[in-house]
Write a protein that binds this ligand. Sequence first.
Ligand code: 5GP
Ligand code: ZN
Length: 118
Amino acid sequence: MSHDPNCLFCKISQGLIPSQKVYEDEEIYAFKDINPAAPVHFLMIPKKHIPMLELAESVDTPLLGKMMELAPRLAKEQGCRPGKDGGFRLMVNNGVDGGQEVYHLHLHVMGGPRPWKK
Ligand code: 5GP
Ligand code: ZN
């Protein structure tokens, strides 16, 4: 597994910095956002250090697909109501203009009853 020793989210996925874990398998880690913008707000990351979406490669496509497939299940487990009257938002910030602050690819999963900030 390729980690960047200076990367915050690599440290979190390896347990070197504490986090509120939501899910973990051999290639994905999910944890609650430290500054939630919604009643449910967690981040899903590949354990592999991919700095931003545009640096993901073809070899990463199954991993990204797995994250997308897993998101609804974890959202439901975290309390997002299923179906049209519930739901959740997925967001990837890419680069400065995209509002990215942490340069380890992450999928924001946000939900819970409206209104919320974003
Ligand atoms: P970005 O703007 O890069 O898409 O989002 C980074 C997210 O990571 C922000 O929502 C921020 O609250 C969250 N975050 C930053 N540092 C930490 C941390 O140390 N622990 C956790 N759990 N979340 C963090
Ligand atoms: Zn990293």
